[in-house]
Design a protein around this ligand. Structure first.
Ligand SMILES: O=C(O)CCC(=O)C(=O)O
Length: 324
């Protein structure tokens, strides 16, 4: 187990932005110009593989060229704003995150996998929609302040701290309704969720990952032989773009990186009482329910209709339990 640093290393040039990010776990800032949005839209339509469906980050793609070009270009186009807002950082990965139309594009409540040693550093996503966001097209919902509940090691094989309240947590989330080109900078450990895209158009977002310039990549893995320990791996900076296990085998031991051995972990859990005490109830469930078109009968959706990636079976299962 570990503690968060007493003070986060400053990565925003503005003290006010830094303070707001540290308090809430996210901050919203204008990011892309209309020209940059056009360039990114064009690039996406030229490059993306035709067999994508559901919720589809380019980092999940088997098409390495797509992953690499998206990474390079998203970082290049984003650098104007990143240089304006940030300092002492390294920008490690750019990706598209696409929600195709339909119920399979929902993303369950989750925290992102740990990618740095969070006793010293913070992993941050710059999540920028290329369309105006609505509940109907699958905007992001966050549990404000949840990034600092307590320190966690996170990865697909590690049980999540909110697993006992996977369904209840929806009643405490707040939607982020922003315009095309505005960015949500969010701490990877914040609890977040996005409902399916029921609109008539795909929802394209770019996501750029950065962290403090001194941070090394770390990933964490658990299996039952480890009991109350997790295995730590050091990864190189190309991990996000070169890791082949996001789309499949995500629960398996990483095939890349160097093991640093086991560290103790107690798998902390929260319950409804904890949510009530620490967070405000919102009308998120109502908003998400209202966005479901009448013709969709969620009872009829079979979980194994979702074939790829394998962890999405869980996503749809959780969405089903939410609708019922
Ligand atoms: O793009 C989305 O709808 C969700 C993105 C997300 O959950 C993530 O980047 O971790």
């Amino acid at each position: 187990m570990f503690n968060f640093p007493n003070q986060m290393l400053q990565v925003f040039k503005s003290d006010e932005t830094q303070a707001s990010f540290e308090k809430n776990g996210f901050v919203i800032l204008p990011f892309y110009s209309p020209e940059e949005i056009n360039q990114l839209n064009e690039m996406y339509h030229q490059l993306h593989p035709k067999d994508e469906n559901g919720f589809f980050p380019s980092t999940f793609s088997k098409d390495k060229k797509y992953r690499l070009v998206a990474d390079e270009e998203i970082r290049r186009i984003g650098s104007r704003s990143i240089n304006q807002y940030c300092q002492n950082i390294k920008v490690v990965c750019g990706a598209f995150i696409v929600k195709n139309i339909g119920i399979e594009s929902g993303m369950c409540v989750h925290q992102d996998m740990s990618l740095v040693d969070e006793s010293r550093f913070t992993g941050i996503n710059i999540w920028v929609p290329l369309v105006d966001l609505t509940i109907e097209n699958g905007t992001l919902f966050v549990l404000k302040g949840s990034h600092r509940m307590f320190p966690t090691y996170r990865g697909s094989s590690i049980s999540e701290c909110f697993s006992p309240v996977m369904n209840e947590v929806l009643d405490f989330l707040e939607p982020i309704i922003i315009k095309a080109g505005d960015a949500v900078f969010f701490d990877q450990s914040i609890i977040h969720f996005s409902p399916p895209n029921y609109s008539d158009n795909i929802r394209i977002v770019t996501n750029t990952y950065f962290t403090h310039q001194d941070a090394e990549f770390r990933t964490y893995y658990w299996n039952k032989d480890f009991e109350n320990n997790v295995e730590v791996f050091v990864q190189d900076n190309s991990f996000m773009t070169n890791f082949e296990q996001f789309g499949e085998n995500i629960h398996a031991r990483p095939k890349v990186g160097k093991s640093l051995g086991l560290v103790p972990y107690q798998f902390p859990k929260i319950d409804l009482n904890y949510l009530e005490k620490n967070f405000q109830r919102t009308n998120a469930r109502q908003l998400i329910s209202n966005a479901i078109p009448k013709e969709i009968n969620t009872q009829n959706i079979e979980i194994d209709q979702v074939k790829f990636p394998d962890n999405k079976k869980g996503i749809l299962a959780k969405l089903k339990s939410f609708f019922n």
